[in-house]
Design a protein around this ligand. Structure first.
Ligand code: C2E
Ligand code: MG
Ligand code: MG
Length: 709
């Protein structure tokens, strides 16, 4: 047992002292003073590691030191215990250097941070304060060790997060910036410079004001204010770059908090100009017609639906107008799709200009347009469609060097009440349009339920037509065609009439299209041919001066397989010299012809039958195109002759057709001559033949009078 008092008094060796400290816990330090016991207990129980280092290893470690490393005190102080077992190899030299300094007599306190390995293999960071003193003539090293692993880790994390933030800030493609309390920029990343065109230096002298466009400033300020009050927000705003470009950004503004205190605001702005453009393009694709840029059918139906929802109870009158271009297909087919497309664009522009901002015009399909007119009176609608027909359509469209006028068939449907549906209103307007197309040229029809009766009428016609031939209800009328110079009768056009038992005389305009649709035209057409040939032969046989008879042929007949055979057979059977037969075909046959019809016509022509083209001028076929076909005559459509009295256009077109036809060695017949003015003009222009009420209306056989041979 060491007498500690003696040690302190007499100066026993330091080793005796250490031995005492080591053992004092196990053995009763009976001869220690209170003061000494307290001091040693404090050292041993201190919440930091305390050590005394011998030459090779520790001579003393306190409880905290041993628990910090996970070794027992005995293990750490067992004489030759190797220090390098716990000191990280990279930090070991630091310790060695220090020991060497101490041995040389340096007693200055030192501090170093080293990594140490615990018994279970963890690496801990330690902060070592070392000092040295000469005790009993021996240089003794001792010190304190604090485990700073958590602190180092926190610092590392902080550093990393700073690094990460910095890298985000520097490399982000989005503009990131901070604003102070007054809304002045306090930092801005490189993307902010790229986006705005201002340098960082310039930005740091600016507030939001010069950057955000004036319209969006109130929004930007209120968002800034919200962020300052702790409420983050996000919105799309437009900013103006230094060179004046408008950039659309999605901006997020949020409070910048340090220790829970708001010290300013952060902002992130993403350039969404491209996305906005794409959004717009997508919307356009979904709801707009790519050619005319008008709303498409879907958007139209959507708007109509909204109107029905809001005003379906009849609080407001609105109208759906259905507009279909007449013979537009001919423009496409004769002048090409590009011209057709260009025409539609021009037409759409013109139409749009004549409407109110609240109206919706859509390209419904192909050459069909629909117009939605909210809050409008019947008179206003009629005025508008008259304006469309009389002004918009009449003014020629100049497209690709071609001047063209097109007419439109229009149908109008007004809302009816709460029962209306989108489909029904559109269908009604469509029915009305169809009625216009079939019955009047260049006009409009307001839908009424009577039109639906028309549809029923159509069905009756179709059914009754089946028996018309057998029941002898069909009859041919004949209309003279005269030589304009001599006034002599040249030919007779056979025009069909149907004596319907219930409806009386039905116009071919009413039943021919139905017969074409149902296929009945084949049988009817054959009947007409046979009847006309027989009648012509009869006249000749009865001594009348022979004249040609012209028979109208439907495209459907021409497309039929054995059309040529049927004609030749009838001619043969009726024994009519083919030179007295003329066939009238319409421009529309040229449309889809891939050579089949041309061949048929050539065969007929070869057989001695004449061919003329009827209603010329309505189909936009260029005259020179006709050269490929064996036409003998061109019949100028009645609408141009009608126009002779009205405007210069009618005259111009008429004389152009006459001179072109003549240059192609074709005869010209003017249809629908009703007065002397027209007749005189046509004579002046050297038109060859004429037909019309001025000379005679179509007549039944028994009422016809013409020269005897
Ligand atoms: P289209 O071949 O152009 O016949 C001339 C039409 O003009 C006839 O009408 C005739 O009555 C009418 N017209 C003649 N001169 C005048 C006039 O001065 N003023 C007016 N306002 N009209 C005049 P229609 O007989 O009603 O025949 C109409 C159309 O029906 C014909 O037009 C023709 O395309 C077709 N069609 C008539 N008969 C037949 C037929 O047997 N077969 C075929 N496929 N179609 C026929
Ligand atoms: Mg005709
Ligand atoms: Mg005609």
């Amino acid at each position: 047992m060491i007498d500690f008092n003696k040690i302190l008094k007499d100066g026993n060796s330091f080793n005796d002292f250490i031995t005492f400290i080591k053992n004092h816990n196990e053995k009763e330090p009976t001869n220690f003073s209170f003061y000494q016991t307290m001091l040693f207990t404090l050292i041993d129980q201190a919440p930091i590691g305390i050590y005394i280092l011998g030459e090779k290893s520790f001579t003393y470690v306190n409880a905290h030191f041993s628990s910090m490393l996970g070794y027992t005190k005995e293990e750490l102080t067992s004489g030759d215990w190797p220090l390098n077992k716990i000191i990280h190899p990279d930090d070991f030299s630091e310790i060695q250097k220090n020991i060497i300094k101490r041995i040389a007599g340096d007693k200055k306190p030192t501090r170093y941070k080293i990594r140490q390995r615990t018994r279970d293999g963890r690496l801990i960071y330690t902060d070592v304060h070392g000092t040295a003193a000469e005790i009993y003539g021996e240089m003794t090293m001792f010190g304190t060790v604090v485990d700073i692993t958590e602190q180092v880790e926190a610092e590392r994390l902080l550093y990393e997060s700073n690094e990460r933030y910095e890298s985000l800030f520097q490399n982000s493609p989005d503009a990131i910036f901070t604003l102070d309390d007054n809304g002045m920029f306090t930092s801005a990343n490189p993307a902010s410079e790229v986006m705005t065109g201002y340098t960082n230096e310039e930005i740091l002298k600016m507030s939001l004001e010069p950057v955000v466009i004036p319209e969006d400033l109130p929004k930007a300020f209120s968002h800034f204010q919200n962020a300052k009050e702790g409420i983050p927000n996000n919105s799309d705003i437009s900013i103006k770059s230094k060179d004046g470009r408008i950039i659309q950004v999605n901006a997020t503004h949020f409070p910048m908090k340090v220790n829970g205190e708001i010290v300013g605001t952060y902002g992130i702005a993403r350039d969404i100009t491209r996305r906005k453009i794409l959004d717009k393009q997508l919307e356009e694709l979904a709801f707009y017609d790519p050619l005319t840029k008008l709303p498409n059918r879907k958007l139209f139906e959507d708007r109509l639906n909204q109107l029905i929802q809001f005003y379906g109870d009849g609080r407001q009158q609105f109208a759906v107008v259905f507009l279909d271009l007449d013979r537009f297909k001919f423009i496409n087919d004769s002048l090409g799709h590009q011209i057709g497309d260009e025409f539609l664009i021009r037409f759409a522009e013109r139409l749009t200009q004549s409407l109110r901002k609240t109206d919706t015009i859509s390209r419904f399909a192909g050459d069909e347009f629909t117009i939605l007119l909210p809050d409008i009176t019947r008179e206003e609608v009629l005025k508008l469609v008259e304006h469309i027909n009389d002004d918009i359509m009449k003014e020629p469209f100049i497209v690709g060097g071609h001047s063209m006028t097109v007419t439109a068939s229009i149908g109008i449907a007004f809302n009816n009440g709460s029962e209306d549906t989108v489909q029904e209103l559109i269908r009604n307007a469509d029915t009305a349009m169809y009625y216009t197309k079939k019955n009047k040229r260049n006009g409009y029809t307001v839908y009424s339920e009577k039109l639906d009766l028309k549809a029923a009428y159509k069905l009756t016609i179709e059914q009754d037509l089946q028996h018309a031939v057998q029941n002898n209800e069909l009859e041919l009328y004949y209309q003279p065609i005269v030589d304009l110079k001599t006034g002599k009768l040249i030919s007779l056009e056979a025009l069909i009439r149907w004596n319907h038992p219930e409806f009386g005389i039905v116009s071919p305009l009413d039943f021919i299209p139905i017969a074409e649709e149902s296929g009945q035209i084949i049988a009817i057409g054959a009947w007409v041919l046979r009847e006309a040939c027989q009648q012509t032969k009869k006249w000749q046989d009865s001594g009348k001066a022979p004249v040609k008879t012209s028979v109208n042929i439907s495209t459907k007949q021409l497309q039929h397989d054995n059309f040529v055979e049927v004609v030749l057979k009838i001619v043969e059977e009726t024994k009519l010299d083919p030179k007295w037969l003329e066939l009238e075909v319409t421009e529309s046959i040229l449309l889809d012809d891939v050579g089949y019809i041309k061949n048929s016509l050539l065969k007929l022509k070869k057989a001695g039958i004449s061919i003329s083209i009827d209603d010329f001028g309505t189909g936009y076929t260029s005259l020179s195109y006709l050269r490929q076909y064996p036409f003998d005559k061109v019949k100028i459509d009645r609408s141009f002759i009608e126009d002779i009295n009205k405007d210069l256009n009618g005259k111009r077109i008429t004389s152009a057709i006459i001179s072109l036809a003549h240059s192609l060695n074709m005869h010209v017949v003017a249809e629908g001559i009703e007065d002397e003015i027209q007749l005189n003009y046509l004579k002046e222009e050297n038109c060859d033949e004429g037909q019309g009420y001025l000379f005679s209306r179509p007549m039944p056989v028994q009422m016809l009078t013409f020269d005897e041979e």
